[in-house]
Design a protein around this ligand. Structure first.
Ligand SMILES: [Zn+2]
Length: 415
């Protein structure tokens, strides 16, 4: 099998997709089911159809593009990632796995390879938590990690529910039907930028993921008392933002003192009400993101934060309510997928690192229903979720090549 990745075409497709954005280049903002996202989805479907793939969408908007194998009844081998992007993001997060996955399939087609099991590109819907407050909505539903009832009730900032938004986007059908039948995928492999600096530091172009860290997130509401910034004297105040400040530092401290470098915790959202210069903040909402490769340690950090929150609430006499948005288990990547990726690397003499994914991906949820693995490529300075995110074309092409060979090995050949 002589596999050639068309690096130039892949690069130009990444640029084309990046131009479909709500923001001016080089900024990519593509929040799920906005006009830009719908345009990008249509553009992707056209590229898949151009490659002769059979395309379908489910009720949440996951897009499946299938290259039928000789044995159509056999479980497919899947690959893919996402194309939605957070506000002020870059060109490569998710996209590398979608367009790289498509190019992997096209390279296999050009080589004359005929798969035994079908090979399917999966473009996950609403991977980013921007709109509905929870990440990987599409793959949570595919894997049954989240129920259709719970998903339908999620709302965006404008109070619109998942059901309202998806129906307006033309996605009919029932969310109940999104869950994949048992044994749908024989194996699944996701190509992704590392979103960290380790590959670049090691000057290694490929990383094979061993495990994916366990994420959890909480929304915390602090209810204090407002008032005039001049009129209310300090001893009489119940400033909700001061409470938030103490709590945020407690979060940082809890993660730092877990005893492991793999523990990370972040407060990335802080909404202050009423948000006026001369008004004491009466209400603050923060969101908290905690991750660890070790499930028990992650839960321990959450308990430490919970205790700190109770202490601060008692000391400052304000109400602190927390709502658990998600607390997911970590995933081990499947030996057969890791093996297929490693065999391809060795065949070409490409060095690779075995690594942990500290970011979570749709693969975390697909791993609940199929043997799953991930292949990382470096991104400059480890930057991601920002406009200067960059991955070199030769690294992307190398990732697509290893992915293509691994898909071929997992799907088997008819020759
Ligand atoms: Zn991603």
């Amino acid at each position: 099998m002589n596999l050639q990745i068309d690096q130039q075409r892949l690069s130009s497709e990444i640029e084309r997709l990046a131009a479909i954005s709500e923001a001016e280049p080089p900024v990519v903002t593509r929040i799920v089911f906005t006009l830009a996202d719908l345009k990008a989805r249509a553009w992707m479907i056209a590229r898949c159809e151009e490659a002769g793939l059979a395309v379908r969408q489910d009720a949440i908007g996951n897009i499946f593009a299938r290259w039928n194998g000789a044995d159509r009844a056999a479980p497919a081998v899947g690959t893919g990632s996402h194309i939605d992007a957070i506000p002020n993001a870059g060109k490569y997060d998710g996209v590398v796995g979608v367009l790289g996955g498509l190019e992997a399939i096209r390279a296999l087609q050009r080589s004359g390879f005929r798969p035994k099991n079908s090979i399917e590109l999966l473009i996950f819907a609403t991977e980013e938590p921007t709109r509905f407050g929870i990440g990987c909505l599409g793959s949570r539903l595919l894997s049954g990690t989240l129920s259709a009832e719970a998903a339908a009730k999620l709302k965006d900032r404008d109070g619109e529910s998942v059901d309202e938004v998806r129906l307006r986007a033309g996605l009919n059908g029932s969310l109940q039907d999104v869950k994949l039948p048992t044994g749908y995928y024989k194996a699944f492999a996701e190509l992704h930028i590392e979103q960290g600096p380790l590959l670049e530091r090691a000057q290694t172009s490929l990383g094979i993921v061993k495990s994916i860290a366990a994420p959890a997130s909480l929304r915390i509401s602090i209810e204090g008392a407002g008032g005039h910034a001049g009129g209310v004297l300090m001893p009489d105040r119940k400033d909700a933002l001061c409470v938030a400040a103490e709590l945020i530092l407690a979060v940082e401290n809890a993660a730092r003192s877990s005893g492991a470098v793999d523990t990370v915790a972040t407060v990335g959202v802080c909404d202050v009400f009423p948000g006026a210069v001369n008004s004491i903040p009466s209400r603050v909402r923060i969101t908290l993101d905690i991750r660890d490769t070790d499930h028990a340690r992650r839960d321990g950090v959450m308990q430490t934060i919970e205790r700190a929150s109770k202490d601060i609430s008692a000391k400052r006499q304000v109400s602190i309510q927390s709502e658990l948005l998600n607390a997911d288990a970590p995933a081990e990547c499947a030996p057969e997928v890791r093996g297929a990726l490693a065999d391809s690397c060795r065949k070409h003499g490409f060095p690779f690192l075995e690594m942990v994914s500290r970011a979570y991906h749709d693969s975390l949820f697909i791993s609940r229903v199929a043997p799953t693995g991930m292949l990382f490529i470096p991104c400059r300075n480890g930057y991601s979720h920002r406009p200067d995110e960059y991955a070199a074309p030769e690294h992307i092409a190398r990732g697509a090549l290893v992915l293509a060979e691994s898909l071929a090995k997992l799907a088997g050949s008819t020759q």
